[in-house]
Write a protein that binds this ligand. Structure first.
Ligand SMILES: Nc1nc2c(ncn2[C@@H]2O[C@H](COP(=O)(O)OP(=O)(O)OP(=O)(O)O)[C@@H](O)[C@H]2O)c(=O)[nH]1
Ligand SMILES: [Mg+2]
Length: 549
């Protein structure tokens, strides 16, 4: 913008129109000059802002943009964490503490889930021949009643007998599918100790609610299980991974936040408050601090009971009968109770990478590669600064991806190969591997993405190994696998070839760069070296292309 007094020619009509009055008094003149000065200041400010906006837009246009795509639980957010850990370690370290509450929530939810299962089993009609002398041995109609009755009992030797699950003795919402029903006729033998554990661990219900509130409140987007939309409810009828790869509907609905940064900011300020840093008097900070302190205190005081519950052979037996493998569920920390359930717990890098917080919508992350992580191929600021888009992967979230296809430079597609025998949680008619294939095909066919570099991660290799070792037969779920050796390397190689073939067949540009890797994204060391190779491949490719860098 320029000053309005452009011309000094007295004959110019504009000059004449805006010229000061000839009979201007000194006061009027002074006021006019002040106003003109102010107008110029504002005009200069606008000019400056426009200049910055133009620069930011130019920068945005030229910043490298990577989209992380794949179905839910494929490991997109985990990959993003690995990017941060590998290339921006200082920023990562600053953020690590804010994950403590998420990890605590993951742990507490696993315990509460086991307690729910125990309640169901214990509330079943006991055998009439059971020695029902204690009041809490009577079958309870509700969880609360059983708890209350248990509280009054002191008879440690009494046994609660509950038959294994049948379709008729559980309500419909939690009834197991035919594959989940126990085939074992032997009844489960509960003791007073189980009732006591259930009672002692009751405070963890409040901890779960508080931590959810704390993490969710930071975004104003807390989605408690009871308030989700019908669509979401279907999605959230999450399935437990079962021993034989089929799924149970009894996994609790997952917790998620919409905005990525606000929950971290809120938790960070609460943690800073605990350490006497930042604005410790802010009401939200004070509330957050006391919730965090209480949660940590209660979790620490429940450590021994949580450990007893998880180590208990009867509990393990119940889980096995129900074919529930907690260790295959996301956010599994039950093997780390002794380390996590302490007052001074600080998350490790591995803990943060393994923490589960479901993504909703599309979340934008700016990754500025720190000096130590800069590749020799990163020749300028543009190649050091990446925008990474982490998306929610469930079917109902996928429409939100498309606006981001327009100016993406690379796609990192994650296909979890351990799930060849699992069903989609949001549509239990669809095999998860099949869903990955369909999604992959749609992505690589897209003309909007024709110029993108394509990177494929065949992820969750560790889980694939575990699953095949436990005896699951691939060909039962993937007939085309045929009589090949039922081993993880052979299946990984087979699937890699399948994905590659599809790319060659369906890509609008068959010669487009394609990189494929077999990964275990919770293994940070191995993933760092994979990401180094990915980053260098991308940078090398872009150096060769005139339209970027
Ligand atoms: N065992 C194992 N677990 C993994 C691996 N990759 C990711 N996970 C875990 O799987 C869970 C889901 O991973 P996320 O990264 O949250 O999945 P996502 O693709 O972001 O899922 P949405 O946000 O729902 O779309 C997390 O608990 C991860 O720790 C892997 O290679 N092996
Ligand atoms: Mg995610």
């Amino acid at each position: 913008m320029q000053s309005s007094r452009l011309s000094t020619d007295p004959d110019d009509p504009l000059t004449a129109a805006i010229a000061p009055p000839t009979n201007e008094t000194p006061e009027e003149r002074e006021r006019r000059l002040r106003q003109e000065e102010e107008a110029k200041r504002i005009s200069d400010e606008i000019d400056e802002r426009l200049k910055l906006d133009r620069a930011a837009w130019k920068r945005h246009k030229s910043t490298f943009k990577l989209l992380l795509l794949g179905q839910s639980e494929s490991g997109k957010s985990t990959t993003l964490k690995n990017f941060q850990l590998a290339f921006a370690p200082k920023a990562w370290k600053a953020e690590r503490a804010s994950w403590r509450a998420v990890i605590q929530l993951n742990l507490v939810r696993s315990i509460n889930h086991i307690l729910d299962i125990l309640s169901q089993e214990m509330s079943k009609t006991p055998s009439p021949t059971s020695p029902l002398s204690s009041p809490f041995l009577r079958p309870a109609t509700t969880q609360g009643r059983l708890d209350n009755q248990s509280a009054t009992s002191t008879n440690a030797s009494t046994i609660i007998t509950a038959a294994s699950s049948t379709a008729s003795d559980l309500d419909h919402s939690s009834s197991p599918s035919p594959t989940e029903r126990s085939s074992s006729p032997t009844p489960v033998q509960f003791t007073n100790m189980h009732a006591l554990l259930k009672l002692r661990l009751v405070p963890l219900r409040r901890v779960e609610a508080d931590l959810k509130h704390l993490i969710g409140a930071a975004t104003d987007e807390l989605a408690p299980d009871s308030s989700v939309s019908p669509d979401q409810a279907v999605e959230d009828a999450n399935a437990a991974v079962l021993f034989d790869g089929t799924v149970s509907r009894r996994r609790p609905a997952e917790f998620y936040v919409r905005s990525n940064n606000s929950w971290r900011d809120a938790l960070r300020s609460a943690y800073q408050g605990l350490h006497g840093e930042g604005d410790t008097r802010a009401v939200a900070t004070l509330d957050g601090q006391s919730k965090l302190e209480d949660a940590t205190e209660i979790i620490a005081s429940c450590a021994e009971d949580m450990q007893s519950l998880w180590n208990d052979p009867v509990v393990r037996d119940v889980l096995r009968r129900r074919k529930i493998r907690m260790e295959l569920m996301p956010g599994f920390f039950l093997d780390d109770i002794a380390r996590i359930a302490v007052r001074n717990y600080e998350p490790t890098d591995d803990d943060v990478v393994r923490a589960r917080l479901r993504t909703l919508g599309v979340q934008e992350h700016r990754l500025v590669m720190e000096r130590s992580g800069v590749s020799s191929l990163a020749t300028n600021d543009v190649s050091r600064e990446w925008m990474i888009y982490d998306v929610g992967g469930s079917r109902t979230s996928r429409a939100a991806w498309f606006p981001y296809f327009d100016d993406a430079n690379a796609i990192l597609f994650l296909a979890p190969i351990s799930c060849f025998d699992e069903l989609l949680q949001e549509d239990r008619r669809v095999n998860r591997l099949e869903d990955s294939f369909l999604l992959w095909k749609a992505i690589i066919q897209s003309k909007l993405l024709a110029k993108c570099i394509i990177v494929l991660f065949l992820n969750k290799y560790d889980l694939l190994e575990k699953k095949l070792r436990s005896g699951v037969q691939v060909k039962k779920y993937l007939p085309s696998f045929g009589d090949r050796e039922n081993s993880a390397p052979v299946l990984a190689q087979y699937l890699h070839q399948k994905f590659k073939d599809q790319h060659r067949e369906h890509s609008p540009q068959p010669r487009r760069p394609f990189y494929g890797y077999v990964t275990t994204c919770i293994n940070t060391k191995a993933t760092t070296s994979t990401l180094n190779a990915v980053r260098d491949g991308i940078l090398r490719h872009n150096l060769q292309r005139a339209d970027f860098v």
